[in-house]
Design a protein around this ligand. Sequence first.
Ligand code: SAM
Length: 470
Amino acid sequence: MYNPKSKNAEEFISHQEILDTLKYAEENKNNLSLVNQILEKAKLAKGLTHREASVLLACDSEELNKQIFALAEKIKKDYYGNRIVLFAPLYLSNYCVNGCVYCPYHAKNKHIPRKKLTQEEIRNEVIALQDMGHKRLAIEAGEDPVNNPIEYILESIKTIYDIKHKNGSIRRVNVNIAATTVENYKKLHEAGIGTYILFQETYNKESYETLHPTGPKHNYKYHTEAMDRAMQGGIDDVGLGVLFGLESYKYEFAGLLMHAEHLEAVYGVGPHTISVPRIKKADDINPDEFDNGIDDDIFAKIAACIRIAVPYTGMIVSTRESAECRARLLKLGVSQVSGGSKTSVGGYFNPMPEKEESAQFDVSDRRPLDEVIKWLMELGYLPSFCTACYGSGRTGERFMEICKSQQIQNFCHPNAIMTLKEYLEDYASPATKEVGEKLIVQEIETLGCLKEKVSENIVKISGGARDLKF
Ligand code: SAM
């Protein structure tokens, strides 16, 4: 029985409700008056239900699809302006006891080199990341209670936050580790993490169990209820995602939105972010062996429909995707991208080609961060290294309230400008700096009452001040 308020995975993600939703969407995809009604509701930018959004996703009328894409672009502009937040993944350990069939870190893979960073090696990685200009990391680790216990993750987070190298600092550590206990989520919360990210991989229980044949991750219920435990542990920013390619994308899309509705219904706060990874080639993984791969056009449609359905949830696209694909998604709704990423353990400090052998998956966008920043600015975006919401306690419900009333722009825009200025001063190449300085002048012009204060702060940053924020 479908019940978004239930804390039982099989009730808040109801298989039957998803099947009914897909049937409803298929039957109504060309129902002009219903689609128009949904579009009218969507224009209010208060979000859509999983059923309504599924109708839009199924809709195959060229004219209506044009409207859907245009609306996604408008909502993106209204809620996020031209800001794009930057982050990098940091792989701590690829030891893993699970058997995920799409991931090269699966326990049966005996030929990839296994590696777990020491605290000294983490220092080296973080200094390399700081020297690129990063302020926000997502730490990643395989699931292995012996090699990667929670104590190791906590110690690593402390090491990362403590490193102050030149003007560098990591101001927000997001965490992508396997589902764990309320007690461990409490510890992560106390360690000061930003978002807890966990991809569902697939919402289809039967497929989930086949794709995760062995290890603790096999337990669908435990995995699907992880965000509830994270919330109970005090973490109020959680990040959802599915791995597109494993199951039918329409099924995953409905499941993803039901998960968001569940978090909203029970905790009053929807997901902070949604990630949209697609399966990529990796050591012993061939993405073509998975039947549900999606092409770039469907991928763009999914991004647009997510943007319309949950306007206040950030959307993340990683370097799994090419520059071209990322540019398309940025327009339709993506608000965060990684840049200069390495998906191998130790890959930032020691980027030797053979190291790539331990990479989790092939990266399509291999450009250095500086190039990504310049490219974003040339596309008309304002790259942001801001982490101020987190530092000022604007998380969870409070963040969502401000975001839903569109006031977040008053904080984010000036903070984005100031953190970009820090980046230009400390890390940018001359060519990037030239583009960035011009952009800052333009962006300051768009500010209302904060124009003067931000201009003063820009001068202070030129003079050496750091971490100024609203
Ligand atoms: N071990 C943690 C867990 O079980 O959730 C999370 C860390 S894992 C390094 C991060 C994510 O990478 C996984 O959740 C999965 O969606 C994604 N991933 C695994 N194999 C992949 C592949 N071949 N291509 C793209 N993404 C992949």
